[in-house]
Write a protein of this length. Structure first.
Length: 229
């Protein structure tokens, strides 16, 4: 008899489970595992909150960096801003401003270091081209005309720069090569600058043309232009 009763009890239990609807199963599951379910829900809520906090913090940080770099206007302020936000998007323009301030203050070595740091970071054009031109001008100010002329000539041949910046670089290369009595190099640079296709660089082209005519006329010393093919 006990075996029969046990079988009947198990049969009734199986029948009850079979007749249980989905809602009842869900209620039973929740009643059984509510601690685990609650723990998972809390963890999920924390993860979501952390994700949103991260996005919000990132936006605030980027905004703070942009304002700090843009508002800095002295050597001290720019140096402090770059020490803190040197890897942020606005850092390149801020470093260029810092170099210009140091040039104005005749702190040429520090300005040159700033420009080279900026150039090494490879900012987008036209900032990169302007920084490289500024480096060449600064080298001339620092009484390094040969180095400056070589850099101007290199920039004048670079197709990464705009036509206007190339014309400016070639004109200055020609001007310095004349000063160094390297007339062939000067003529090559000036001829690159007077390319008539560069309408956006009309002023530099015009000055280069005038300088080239003076060079070919012997105003700077004996010079015989190479025969044109």
């Amino acid at each position: 008899m006990p075996d029969q009763n046990e079988k009947k009890r198990k049969l009734n239990a199986e029948l009850s489970r079979a007749l249980m609807n989905d809602v009842e199963r869900l209620e039973l599951g929740f009643a059984t595992y509510w601690r685990q379910i609650a723990a998972v829900a809390v963890i999920a809520a924390i993860v979501v909150a952390l994700i949103f906090w991260g996005f919000s913090y990132s936006r605030r940080s980027a905004r703070e960096a942009a304002f700090t770099l843009a508002d800095a206007s002295t050597v001290t302020e720019l140096t402090a801003a770059l020490d803190k936000y040197g890897d942020k998007p606005g850092a390149a323009a801020a470093r260029f401003r810092l170099a210009k301030l140091r040039i104005d203050a005749k702190e040429y070595a520090a300005a040159l270091e700033d420009l080279r740091t900026l150039i090494a970071s490879a900012p987008a054009e036209p900032l990169l081209g302007n920084a490289r031109l500024a480096e060449a001008y600064l080298l001339e100010i620092m009484d390094k005309p040969e180095t400056a002329a070589g850099l101007f000539a290199e920039l004048g041949r670079s197709m990464d720069l705009s036509s206007t910046l190339r014309a400016e670089a070639n004109f200055n290369a020609g001007r310095l090569f004349i000063k160094l009595k390297k007339f062939d190099d000067a003529a090559a640079a000036l001829n690159r600058a007077v390319n008539p296709d560069r309408q956006s660089a009309a002023a530099w082209c015009s000055m280069a043309h005038s300088l080239l005519l003076a060079l070919e006329s012997g105003d700077f010393g004996p010079y015989k232009p190479a025969a044109k093919l």
